[in-house]
Design a protein around this ligand. Sequence first.
Ligand code: SAM
Length: 212
Amino acid sequence: MRLRNVPGAREMIIESPFSIQEPERLKGHWSGEFGNHHPIHIEVGMGKGKFILEMAKRNPKINYIGIEKYSSVLVRAVEKTEDFEGNNLRLIRMDAENIQDIFDEQEVSRIYLNFSDPWPKDRHAKRRLTSARFFERYQHILKSDGRVIFKTDNRELFDFSLEQVKEAGWILENYTYDLHHSEYNEGNVMTEYEEKFSAKGNPICRLTAYRH
Ligand code: SAM
């Protein structure tokens, strides 16, 4: 998702107390940034931030970090934080390819991937956030008992992701092809894309994986 250039987006992002500039300086020091040792959960490709903001409101004892590639999208998340009074949310504009530059070994307890871009062409498969290549990156930053949780309505991408979990040597804890009618739906927070696609009648797939 790349939105039209939003005038003033960069300034708004820089001025927001929730957005982090030069996140590399916080590698290994995120607890210091939050002022506590609560677990850190991140969403990679958070889009306009509905999910992560709601999660931060519901779970004040978890620190949330949202990562988004484009300022034109991130600014929509920043706008949503206007009335948010918690201190457990940070937003970063960056490409997740470089995620190891901003988190140290085992610094993250959970990684959410919600409705990640499918990159349908085979030659772009490595760009998928659920490719084995990305799982290798997640392996470095995730705690040994951490989890990756992936939701999508794209069945092809989901089946690819199930395979990639195994290919990366990870373990599939559970999965469903119809989250909203499954035992895993309790407490589910819907993302912007999830609302859009489930309203069209698309079943939502979800998997949870952990590393060896
Ligand atoms: N997670 C949101 C949701 O479920 O409503 C947004 C889904 S949208 C289809 C995918 C988002 O991931 C886009 O905003 C896109 O810019 C972002 N994205 C894709 N690849 C990324 C990457 N390598 N690093 C950071 N963000 C990325």
